[in-house]
Design a protein around this ligand. Structure first.
Ligand SMILES: *Cc1c(COP(=O)(O)O)cnc(C)c1O
Length: 420
């Protein structure tokens, strides 16, 4: 029997373990799901490690990353709720292109506010969105009060994700038929992404293994949660020892250096407050190429799991990440997105630790006596070749912060106490 789909707000606060994927969403998922899982024989050989390394490849989606996993249900649920048009922001362009594809699948209009500097530097992402029928506007724009205010002060503003969110939210707030959609952080987004980990569980079973370590890059938490949450369940409900490791950029280290407290999801403070590990919503990360990881806070679910010790995190500098990404491309053939390079760098660290430990560290080794590592290759890097060009040309650098730079924004944040 056809059941009424769950409204998104109910998904956001649900305590149900299972929320069914609606049939029309499954139909669209069929274009690229289930995604393949590979054993990285080439990388294992290149590292000369006893570890078994597996990766789930989300780059096979039409937009080239995991983001369509949530863009498609979000477009669908909006359609069911009578929404005519969606607005959103995009930085590097991954989320904008995923939502453009999804809106096209369900015949919905889409306005994407794209950070102006990316709009100028990434014409191919913009063209991809246009091809799927979305309107892409360089932000700050003349179309909104928020944009006009910024432009009046600084006509040359390169824009920022925070400004683009403000423009998209303002447009949606002004029209009852228009809604705003977010591509990470929120609980319902993480829920949609768990399709990755649920498939991975089955695929690991087919391979006859269970991971000792699960790794994914971390921006707002959606692709990490998507892969890791089913394995976190294994820890909590089945007493497994799986190490769930989030890999974040040293240029935006909210998990390893941030504070757990209430903060806003956007720069201007228009969203509700969320409990999260954060560097403060005004924190402006340096312009690293892993654009999808330049976010000040971590989604509430993963933040709580970190606090409770079920998820670990490490921060990695971008040179180590690109070195890892190039090694991976040479060993496995797939050119990873700069964001995914963080996971690969963490995998290499783990594989090398496994090699050094030999077969003695039994708690972290499976029955074969080898450490099994699973990671999320959350996207390909075909639209990010400029990043590789800059890396090869020696133009990339690592980032060090003083405490002052790192904590200035947090000190200015108003402290909101947690409920007793
Ligand atoms: C957006 C993006 C990320 C970061 O977002 P999460 O919500 O943390 O997953 C990571 N990798 C790619 C390829 C992205 O497009």
């Amino acid at each position: 029997m056809a059941r009424r789909p769950w409204p998104r707000i109910k998904q956001e606060v649900s305590r149900e373990r299972w929320v069914e994927i609606p049939e029309p969403v499954r139909e669209v998922y069929k274009i690229w799901r289930p995604t393949p899982m590979f054993r990285a024989y080439g990388l294992e050989k290149a590292l000369d490690t006893p570890a078994h390394i597996y990766y789930k490849y989300e780059g096979v989606s039409p937009a080239g990353s995991h983001k369509p996993n949530t863009a498609v249900p979000q477009a669908y649920y909006n359609k069911m709720e009578g929404t005519k048009r969606i607005t959103t922001e995009t930085g590097a362009g991954q989320w904008g292109s995923a939502l453009s594809f999804a809106c096209q699948m369900f015949g919905m209009g889409l306005e994407v506010y794209m950070v102006k500097i990316s709009y100028q530097q990434k014409p191919y992402r913009k063209l991809l969105m246009n091809t799927w029928g979305a309107e892409v506007i360089a932000s700050p724009s003349e179309r909104t009060q928020a944009g006009r205010t910024i432009l009046a002060k600084d006509p040359q503003s390169p824009g920022s994700l925070g400004i683009a969110i403000s423009e998209a939210v303002e447009r949606a707030a002004a029209d009852p038929d228009t809604k705003y959609a977010l591509g990470s952080v929120l609980n319902h987004v993480l829920l949609h992404q768990t399709v990755i980990g649920l498939e991975a569980l089955k695929q690991m079973e087919m391979a006859g293994e269970y991971p000792d370590v699960v790794i994914a890059p971390f921006g707002g938490g959606s692709n990490f949660a998507g892969l890791a949450l089913p394995f976190v369940h294994g820890r909590i409900a089945e007493g497994r020892q799986t190490l769930c490791l989030a890999s974040e950029p040293a240029s935006c280290p909210k998990l390893t250096k941030g504070q757990f407290r209430y903060d806003f999801g956007d720069t201007l403070g228009m969203t509700p407050l969320m409990p999260m590990f954060t560097l403060g919503h005004n924190f402006m990360p340096p312009a690293v190429h892993a654009g999808g990881l330049r976010y000040h806070g971590a989604g509430p679910i993963i933040s709580q799991l970190i606090k409770d010790g079920h998820v670990q995190a490490e921060a990695i500098q971008q040179l180590e990440c690109f070195e890892a990404g190039v090694l991976f491309a040479k060993a496995e053939g797939i050119l990873p997105a700069p964001e995914a390079n963080h996971a690969i760098a963490s995998v290499i660290r783990q594989a090398q630790a496994a090699k050094q430990a030999g077969q003695r560290r039994t708690i972290l080794f499976n029955l074969c006596g080898r450490r099994t590592i699973l990671f999320n290759l959350c996207g390909h890097g075909h639209f990010d070749l400029q990043a590789y060009d800059d890396y090869f040309a020696g133009k990339l650098q690592d980032h060090q912060f003083t405490d002052e730079q790192l904590y200035a924004n947090l000190r200015e944040l108003e402290e909101v106490p947690f409920p007793a």
